[in-house]
Design a protein around this ligand. Structure first.
Ligand SMILES: C[S@@+](CC[C@H](N)C(=O)[O-])C[C@H]1O[C@@H](n2cnc3c(N)ncnc32)[C@H](O)[C@@H]1O
Length: 259
C-alpha cells in the first residue's frame, strides 16, 4: 500500500542546521545534524531549529509578544478588522504561483496568508517557518481545520533552516521592519529560492503606524527608514525589482525575481 507523503514529511527532507549548513535527519523524536550530531527537538510534529542564544534583540521581543498575541491574532482576520480583506485580495492578485510550485512563507504566523492564497485558488505546495511557537501551534490547528497541507518549522527568518534553492516562490509579510537584520533575512530568502523564483516582501508603512490608534503606539518609534521598503537591501542582479503600495498605502511590497 502506498501512503501519501504529507507536506510535513516533505519538509523533514529539506532542512539544514543553519549554524553549520549540514543536512538534518529525523531520528526517533528529534532532528539530528548528520555531521555534528547536534539535536533539535520536535514539538507537536514541528521541528524547533533554533538555539536559545540565537534569539535576541528585537527577534526576542517579537517572539515574546507573539506567543501572547497568538491567542487573539486570528480575530483580525475573522472580523475583517480595518477591511483586512482588501489587503489580502491585493496580495493574492499580485503573487504569481504556478500549480505545484513549492511556496515558502517566512514568518507564517497562524497561516492566514496561506489560507488566503488557497482560497484564491492557488495550488501551491505550502511551507512556513516562524520564530514563535505559539503562532506555529495555532497555525498547525488552523490548517487542520481548513484542510490545507502545510509543512511547518520553527526557525529564524534571518537563518532559515532550509537547504539552498528549494522553493519556486518565497514570500514574507508583516515583520521584516523590526527584524534584527533585514539584509540577512532578504539574503536568506534568496538563498532558499530556486533560480527563476518569484520573491515578495511586504510590511507596514509609517502610514499604518500613524493611522492605527490600537497598534500604532505598540509599534517601535520610527528610526529613519524603519517603515520604508528595503529597496536598497535587494542585491544587485535581481530581475524586475518592483515596489508597490498595498491597502491604500498602509503597506508596501517589494517583489523581484532571482536570476
Ligand atoms: C504580523 S505577524 C504576520 C504573520 C503572517 N505573515 C500574516 O500575515 O498573518 C508577524 C510574524 O512574524 C514572526 N516573526 C517575528 N520575527 C521573526 C523572525 N526573526 N523570524 C521568523 N519569524 C519572525 C512573528 O512570530 C509573527 O508570527
Amino acid at each position: 500500500m502506498c501512503v501519501a507523503q504529507t507536506r510535513q514529511d516533505e519538509l523533514l527532507t529539506l532542512l539544514q542546521n543553519p549554524a553549520t549548513g549540514n543536512p538534518l535527519a529525523f531520528e526517533g523524536d528529534a532532528m539530528i545534524d548528520t555531521v555534528t550530531s547536534e539535536r533539535f527537538a520536535v514539538r507537536n510534529g514541528i521541528p524547533v531549529i533554533l538555539r536559545k542564544d540565537d534569539v535576541f534583540g528585537w527577534n526576542r521581543t517579537q517572539q515574546r509578544n507573539y506567543d501572547l498575541f497568538s491567542l487573539v491574532y486570528d480575530l483580525i482576520y475573522t472580523f475583517n478588522v480595518w477591511n483586512v480583506q482588501q489587503w489580502l485580495d491585493e496580495i493574492a492578485g499580485i503573487m504569481e504561483v504556478e500549480s505545484g510550485d513549492r511556496v515558502l512563507e517566512t514568518s507564517v504566523g497562524t497561516g492566514q496568508q496561506i489560507r488566503n492564497l488557497y482560497e484564491h485558488g492557488v495550488e501551491g505546495r505550502f511551507f512556513g517557518n516562524d520564530i514563535t511557537y505559539g503562532q506555529l501551534n495555532k497555525c498547525r490547528k488552523n490548517i487542520g481545520k481548513w484542510g490545507i497541507d502545510v509543512g511547518l518549522v520553527q526557525g529564524n527568518a534571518e537563518a532559515l533552516p532550509f537547504n539552498d534553492e528549494l522553493f519556486d516562490v518565497v514570500f514574507h509579510i508583516g515583520s521584516i521592519n523590526v527584524f534584527n537584520d533585514k539584509r540577512t533575512a532578504i539574503h536568506e530568502m534568496i538563498r532558499v529560492a530556486k533560480p527563476g523564483a518569484n520573491l515578495y516582501v511586504a510590511d507596514e508603512s509609517v502610514k499604518f503606524k500613524e493611522q492605527s490608534t490600537f497598534f500604532g503606539p505598540l509599534m517601535p518609534e520610527p528610526e529613519p527608514g524603519v517603515y520604508d521598503p528595503p529597496i536598497g537591501l535587494i542585491p544587485d542582479g535581481m530581475f524586475d525589482v518592483t515596489t508597490r503600495d498595498l491597502w491604500d498605502g498602509k503597506f508596501w511590497m517589494v517583489s523581484f525575481r532571482k536570476p
